[in-house]
Design a protein. Structure first.
Length: 466
């Protein structure tokens, strides 16, 4: 199938490369001349595991090409995928400026029977709106508008494309649904569940999925706070809750507040949809507020650990909104660092991938190329992103670099008693803070685990899922 993908961002570029890998001929379009020039030279403007190789392979095979010419790409396409940005708009609704501009541009170029599908995350009812935008410019044209939301996570987008939990196609007519189904035929033949429904349902599936996932994260952050006050351990609570197959263990890791280009924007858009349709969504409204408050709360807790120390120095390890991406959009670090600096703290920082993107936003930060250099002479180390390398930091080397001895771990990457035994005060989320223990007198952790006969293999009665 001849496919045009409009937008070469995290979603568009990944989708273009993966659709080409499925065997289609894809033209990926972006208005950013420098981005297209980079891609034409074989350079990829975003970091996404496996994407470089995918782009190289499909450019070489001729199945994937790049251009800034939207009309030309749309004119030869059987399917046009709109994957341009939908940033926060006024009142929280997704801003459709770019989607509408693309619709106007392809309207003049598309051939009859072209399937136009909106991949961008858009407000409920947008597909029908965009259908009118195109129809106004091409009276009498026989084309279809559909919705095909993506569920890719940054850092695992390629894997998520080829191993999706489901494919959702929103179409108000069986013909385009059939055509889009063919686009994904290899995945469907592998057994990936296919949901074919109306465009409105498809649009709401996307927002509901993201809002619910964000709600899980926001809720476990609140449970972590409760654990600290109740002297409980969030890890044990999550394990006991997550084993319930109706809940599952994923998206139950406490953190400094969720970020990224989707959760913050999509939760606000979901709340806006509630207001727009006179069906307010107080759960999500509260989630939006609490999540932003949490980032400020984390900064205040870090400052509290400094006990008013003048000229304090803090090392921030991790500024990306999550591990395995260079994306810093709405990252907790972008809220926390300015608050630390406003309190007179000097901030050093390290992130394996996101330094370039973060340094364009947060100024007057001393950036370093390795975590230990970043921690040199600091009073406190704050871990904000769950990069695997922070889980296995050499604590004795860290101790030799630091001036103070506090680790504030906003991602619960370490074992509290081990860290304390290495001479650190260890603060994490949803677990009691553990005071530093001089290495010489490191005691066995209180309540040392009693080795129970393993249950492995024993028939564990399972409650039937109701
Ligand atoms: C999300 C959705 O997961 C994806 O399906 C959708 O297509 C786009 O939005 P993404 O934004 O890439 O993907 O990141 P995700 O892995 O969902 O994490 C979002 C935020 O929640 C990050 O800041 C992450 O650190 C945080 N998070 C996630 C937690 O704090 N705890 C968790 O357990 C999971």
């Amino acid at each position: 199938m001849q496919v045009a993908v409009i937008g070469a961002g995290y979603v568009g570029l990944t989708t273009a490369a993966c659709v080409a890998e499925l065997g289609h001929t894809v033209t990926c379009v972006d208005v950013d001349i420098s981005k297209i020039a980079m891609l034409d030279e074989g350079n990829v403007p975003i970091r996404e595991t496996g994407l470089d190789a995918l782009i190289d392979r499909n450019r070489a095979s001729g199945r994937l090409q790049f251009t800034t010419d939207v009309a030309k790409a749309a004119a030869r396409a059987e399917a046009v995928l709109i994957a341009v940005g939908t940033p926060r708009g006024a009142g929280g609704d997704a801003d459709l400026t770019h989607v509408k501009a693309v619709a106007r541009e392809i309207a003049r170029a598309i051939r009859p029977k072209t399937v136009v599908t909106i991949k961008s995350t858009v407000a409920v009812g947008t597909a029908r709106l965009i259908r009118e935008v195109i129809a106004e410019r091409r009276r009498g044209l026989d084309f279809w508008i559909t919705s095909n939301p993506e569920f890719l996570r940054e850092g695992s987008a390629v894997r998520d494309f080829f191993e999706p939990d489901r494919i959702v196609i929103g179409a108000d007519d069986p013909e385009p649904a059939a055509r889009l189904t063919e686009l994904y035929r290899p995945l469907i033949d592998q057994g990936v569940p296919l949901v074919v429904t109306s465009t409105v349902n498809a649009e709401l599936i996307k927002y509901t999925a993201n809002a619910f996932l964000a709600l899980k994260v926001g809720f476990i952050n609140d449970v972590a706070d409760l654990c600290e006050e109740a002297e409980a351990d969030i890890n044990a609570v999550v394990k006991g809750v997550g084993l319930d197959r109706r809940i599952g263990p994923q998206f139950l890791s406490p953190g400094p507040g969720f970020g990224g280009s989707c959760f913050p924007k999509d939760t606000e858009a979901f709340a806006a949809a509630g207001r727009k349709f006179s069906c307010p969504q107080p759960l999500i409204e509260t989630l939006v507020t609490r999540n932003q408050t949490r980032k400020h709360q984390m900064a205040k807790r870090i400052l509290a650990e400094l006990h008013g120390l003048s000229h304090a120095r803090v090392a921030v390890l991790g500024v990306a909104f999550k591990a395995d991406t260079d994306d810093v959009r709405d990252s907790a670090a972008l809220t926390i660092i300015p608050i630390l600096k406003a309190a007179g703290v000097s901030v050093r920082a390290f992130d394996p991938w996101a330094r370039a993107n973060a340094s364009r936003i947060v100024k007057d930060v001393a950036w370093h190329d390795d975590p230990y250099a970043a921690c040199s002479g600091v009073d406190l180390v704050a871990i904000l992103t769950e990069w695997e390398m922070f889980r296995t930091l050499d604590l004795s080397l860290l101790a030799r670099h630091m001036r103070g001895s506090t680790i504030f771990d906003c991602r619960n990457l370490m074992d509290p008693h081990h860290v304390a035994s290495q001479g650190f005060r260890y603060v994490s989320l949803g677990r009691p803070a553990v005071p530093r223990v001089a290495p010489a007198t490191a005691a066995k952790p209180a309540g040392e685990r009693v080795h129970l006969p393993t249950l492995r293999g024993a028939a564990v009665a399972r409650r039937p899922v109701r």
